[in-house]
Design a protein around this ligand. Structure first.
Ligand SMILES: NC(=O)c1ccc[n+]([C@@H]2O[C@H](COP(=O)([O-])OP(=O)(O)OC[C@H]3O[C@@H](n4cnc5c(N)ncnc54)[C@H](OP(=O)(O)O)[C@@H]3O)[C@@H](O)[C@H]2O)c1
Length: 284
């Protein structure tokens, strides 16, 4: 398994299994299957409402906890120092674990600076090994870098061949923050998966177009967390390290960029996120 070095000295697997929009009944076997196949990174979030199932999948797999890089995310309704502490405690309980390897602030919303400071305390306590952000603008990231004492290790942002130029990319590079790509397969968009360049490369390397896209991500330096509940896809998505795209092929894929985001979050929603009152404990 390829790994990338984080700016705190830890290592993160280059690929993991994502669980967004995967219901508990599917998330439990998907995580178990992924870990049995060799995945060592699992990505979930409070708001996915499947942490209990993810925790069960981990247990069922028989893979020792210390071999797994487990990520979750806290939601803006808990972005207050005191609330962060409680949110982490509940996250650990749902995941049935003593620590998470990485916790992200899920959205740039509410009092994210206080939340960050709360997370720093959890790092010191050892309940969280590393901390990062998701969907943060350059301005917000700079604020975290200025007010915080611990640098984010990861920024989890939308990235795929139609959206290659992350707005924070320069800053991430300068600060040694790894870009973790969500929607690495464009959320399964058939148009993206059927692009001519991917079909040609799939034929050349004897791979699927999804595998070509995922390999491209790893070669441009992204950590990827493709989401899947389909066993054949879960297996295929891991099987991408036995070939390498050439410089010329990477250039052809670069031409697909059209700054197209699949998920656009209106500003108004961010306020709503911070005010939301979702009960994350009502899951099986
Ligand atoms: N931080 C954030 O705000 C944020 C936002 C969105 C997502 N995420 C994280 O990023 C992960 C990835 O995003 P995502 O799951 O939404 O989108 P994605 O990985 O781009 O695409 C998932 C879709 O692609 C399909 N798929 C997976 N592997 C495939 C393959 N080999 N061939 C063909 N289709 C395939 C899946 O269907 P099957 O289930 O049938 O395989 C599913 O419909 C999430 O699961 C989540 O952990 C984070």
């Amino acid at each position: 398994m390829d790994k990338l070095k984080l700016n705190n000295g830890m290592e993160i697997p280059a690929i993991g299994i994502g669980t967004y929009r995967i219901k508990s009944k599917d998330a439990e076997p998907a995580v178990e299957e992924a870990l049995k196949l060799g995945y060592r990174l699992v990505d979930t979030a409070n708001v996915y409402q499947n942490e209990v199932a993810v925790g069960k999948g981990i247990k069922n797999s028989g893979v020792p906890r210390e071999e797994i890089f487990l990520t979750s995310k806290i939601w803006p309704q808990d972005f207050k120092k005191r609330k962060v502490k409680k949110a982490i405690k509940k996250t650990l309980k749902r995941l049935d674990t003593d620590y998470v390897d990485l916790i992200l602030l899920h959205q740039e919303a509410g009092d994210y600076v206080s939340a960050w400071q709360g997370l720093e305390k959890e790092v010191k306590k050892g309940t969280v090994k590393a901390i990062g952000v998701s969907n943060f603008s350059e301005k917000a990231l700079k604020k975290i870098l200025k007010k915080g004492t611990i640098k984010p290790v990861v920024a989890q942002n939308e990235a795929h061949p139609y959206y290659q130029k992350d707005a924070t990319a320069k800053l991430l590079k300068k600060e040694g923050i790894v870009l973790e790509a969500w929607y690495p397969l464009g959320s399964g968009d058939k148009k993206l998966l059927n692009e001519k360049v991917f079909r040609k490369l799939a034929k050349k390397y004897g791979k699927s177009t999804a595998q070509i896209i995922l390999r491209w991500h790893t070669q441009v330096g992204h950590v990827i967390i493709p989401g899947s509940k389909t066993p054949a896809h879960i297996a295929d998505n891991l099987d991408i390290f036995d070939f390498e795209l050439t410089e010329d092929e990477l250039k052809k894929i670069a031409k697909l960029n059209k700054n197209k985001k699949y998920m656009k979050i209106p500003k108004l929603f961010k306020k709503f996120f911070a005010l939301s009152r979702i009960n994350f404990d009502k899951q099986k």
